[in-house]
Design a protein around this ligand. Structure first.
Ligand code: ZN
Length: 256
């Protein structure tokens, strides 16, 4: 396997753009470029070219720099087939199970609708990295703008089944608020309480809290635990009907 460098580029209010470089080949890609400035600064500082944009979904804070970066670098834009009409400059439309060679590193695409109808994630199995866009957040999940609860829950259940050591790269720094909400739903979860303390301390020091690992999310993120009695019971629902639990949980978070 080729080693992979991953840089976190803060953008806009609370977005993270992820810049990837495959060490052996020098292939460089950016996941969900919200804006041009942070990407160009990072490239210029290192003398790197840019070869690809990997989009997860159509929202402006994920595709905002697509056309400008394409004009400057002549790169290839990959995005979700189900939403190809809403991805500016898209060259290659991808769906569930498609694979892309990123300069010697294999990327596998999964359809994970719910936040938007055409949301994909990028799983780099050899690097143990998953770029989840706005489907999963550290301690939470994205808003359900275009999907249904059964659809969103099915997407999260598939993410949950990836290798637990996977690093989860989400697109926003929302962790602290997410974990405070999670503690209100799942107050007896000791792993969650410990994580909240760690994240509170990290944010006070001004440190980022992303990426996390899937194992941490499995233990503490209520949106991945809708089939657990602690989460279902909060809403008086049956853990055997996790999509209904997810719907209630998502609605509660929207109101929080
Ligand atoms: Zn979004």
């Amino acid at each position: 396997m080729d080693a992979l460098q991953i840089l976190r580029l803060p953008a806009l209010q609370d977005n993270y753009i992820w810049l990837l470089r495959v060490t052996g080949s020098g292939f460089t890609a950016v996941v969900d470029p919200a804006e041009v400035g942070p990407v160009e600064q990072a490239l210029d500082a290192r003398g790197w070219a840019l070869h690809a944009i990997l989009n997860t979904h159509h929202h402006g804070d994920h595709v905002g720099a697509n056309l400008a970066l394409k004009a400057r670098h002549g790169l290839t834009i990959y995005g979700p087939a189900a939403d190809r009409a809403r991805i500016p400059g898209i060259d290659v439309a991808l769906g569930d199970g498609d694979e892309v060679d990123l300069g010697g590193l294999r990327a596998r695409v999964m359809d994970v609708p719910g936040h938007t109808r055409g949301h994909i994630l990028w799983h780099l199995p050899e690097a143990g990295a998953v770029f989840v866009g706005d489907t999963l957040f550290a301690g939470g999940c994205g808003r359900m703008f275009e999907g249904t609860a059964p659809q969103f829950w099915a997407s999260l259940a598939r993410i949950r089944a990836l290798p637990p050591i996977s690093q989860i790269y989400c697109a926003h720094e929302y962790t602290l608020g997410n974990l405070r909400f999670a503690c209100s739903i799942d107050p007896h979860n000791l792993a969650l309480q410990a994580r909240l303390s760690q994240v509170e301390a990290a944010r006070q020091r001004g440190e980022p809290t992303v990426p996390s690992t899937l194992a941490i999310e499995q233990a503490t993120n209520p949106f991945l635990r809708c089939d657990q009695p602690a989460i279902a019971g909060f809403f008086g629902l049956d853990p055997a009907e996790p999509a209904a639990v997810f719907g209630a949980l998502r609605a509660a978070k929207d109101r929080a």
